[in-house]
Design a protein around this ligand. Structure first.
Ligand code: SAM
Ligand code: DTB
Ligand code: SF4
Length: 352
């Protein structure tokens, strides 16, 4: 039976065995189904570009085994207090002129202090005034804090479930899975869009990856954005020696995410620098339609903007919001103008 897009009802009742069955499909069948689903709800040739900035770096009290910013591991990271608004705006303007449409600000906190909220509100309103979407990831939120951020106009809040409920305790002991679910619920209640995903390659098995996706897809509403990170192995962290993650399993996970959460943005996230162009192209074919763009993630590096723009150009993929903003007659020429400008070294956002 076929349904029109209006009639299509997303599912929030996924079982793990069904998800494992998706993972087990022949690769070509899985990619065909994921790409077909992707085309029902999205332009397959467009991608959303988000740029990250670490607004408060290192010295985090949590023990997330993957994270270079935990105070418990010696990663040689230089810690920094909450950035001044001028530094944030300089980075946001550079991201915008490179072609990013969303600016994501991350802080190495367990949760924000109430005393920091006025500075965060100023960052949200000034970045929005540039005409960019805003996203923050600040750790756990209280109800009052979620409301204040939402009232300031914060569009997205990122808070990842990271892995399955049962594998989670191997990775983090200082806060629970339930804590994370409660923060996601507060974010949704406050009216912000939810960005939540996980990390692959932390020693979990396929059953854990299926478990993560079941948790995300069975939330009362699907996250609007689902970042699928591949572990960046940072020396000094307990996961620095993790085995390399199998590239086809990464692509399969993207495809299964697309099938389970057909209307959500699926982001090809951290770890992209370790992926070749062909692997990234397969991830787009599997239904990824968002990337972190510009040369730094929070503390680690990301592919160079000109390389990303060249790859998108080779694949005929456009930046989504920019494309939609333009009148028909200008679309083609303006896209190439943005690419050309961004290839100018002076316009790159170079953090750190
Ligand atoms: N402290 C806040 C929190 O944990 O919610 C916000 C910042 S935290 C760095 C944001 C996310 O980055 C984590 O939830 C994790 O999924 C991801 N992340 C951190 N280190 C990573 C790494 N080495 N490789 C891949 N993803 C990583
Ligand atoms: C997400 O899922 N990945 C981003 C963003 N949300 C905040 C962070 C990736 C961090 C990679 C390690 C680093 O650069 O510190
Ligand atoms: Fe802290 Fe977030 Fe890193 Fe965990 S992931 S150690 S909470 S900065």
């Amino acid at each position: 039976m076929s349904f029109s897009n209006e009639e299509f009802v997303v599912r929030n009742d996924w079982r793990r065995d069904e998800v494992l069955a998706l993972f087990s499909k022949p690769f070509n069948d899985l990619l065909y189904e994921a790409q077909s689903m992707h085309r029902r709800f999205f332009d397959p040739n467009s991608v959303q570009l988000s740029t990250l900035l670490s607004i408060k770096t290192g010295a985090c009290p949590e023990d997330c085994k993957y994270c270079p910013q935990s105070a418990r591991y010696d990663t040689g990271l230089k810690k920094e207090k909450l950035l001044h608004i001028d530094n944030v705006m300089e980075a946001a303007k550079a991201a915008k002129s490179s072609g990013a449409t969303r600016f994501c600000m991350g802080a190495a906190w367990r949760s924000p202090h109430d005393r920091d909220i006025p500075s965060l509100i100023q960052m949200i309103s000034e970045v929005k005034a540039l005409g960019m979407e805003t996203c923050m990831t600040l750790g756990m939120l209280s109800e009052g804090q979620a409301e204040k951020l939402a009232d300031a106009g914060l569009d997205y809040y990122n808070h990842n479930l990271d892995t399955s409920p049962e594998y989670y305790k191997e990775i983090i002991t200082t806060r629970t899975y339930q804590d994370r679910l409660e923060t996601l619920s507060k974010v949704r209640q406050a009216g912000m869009k939810v960005c939540s995903g996980g990390i692959l390659g932390m020693g979990e098995d396929q059953n854990d990856r299926a478990g993560l996706l079941v948790e995300l897809a069975n939330l009362p509403s699907h996250p609007d954005s689902v970042p699928i990170n591949m572990l960046v192995k940072v020396p000094g962290t307990p996961l620095s020696d993790a085995d390399d993650f199998e590239p086809f399993e990464y692509i399969r996970t993207i495809a299964v995410t697309r099938l389970m959460m057909p209307k959500s943005y699926v982001r090809l996230s951290a770890g992209r620098e370790q992926m070749n162009e062909q692997m990234q192209a397969l991830a787009f074919l599997a239904g990824a339609n968002s990337i972190f763009y510009c040369e730094k993630l929070l503390t680690t590096s990301n592919p160079k903007s000109n390389e990303d723009l060249q790859l998108l150009e080779k694949l005929g993929i456009r930046s989504e919001a920019y494309y939609e903003e333009q009148p028909d007659s200008q679309r083609e020429s303006d896209l190439y103008r943005v690419c050309a400008e961004s290839r100018d070294e002076n316009l790159y956002y170079r953090a750190g």
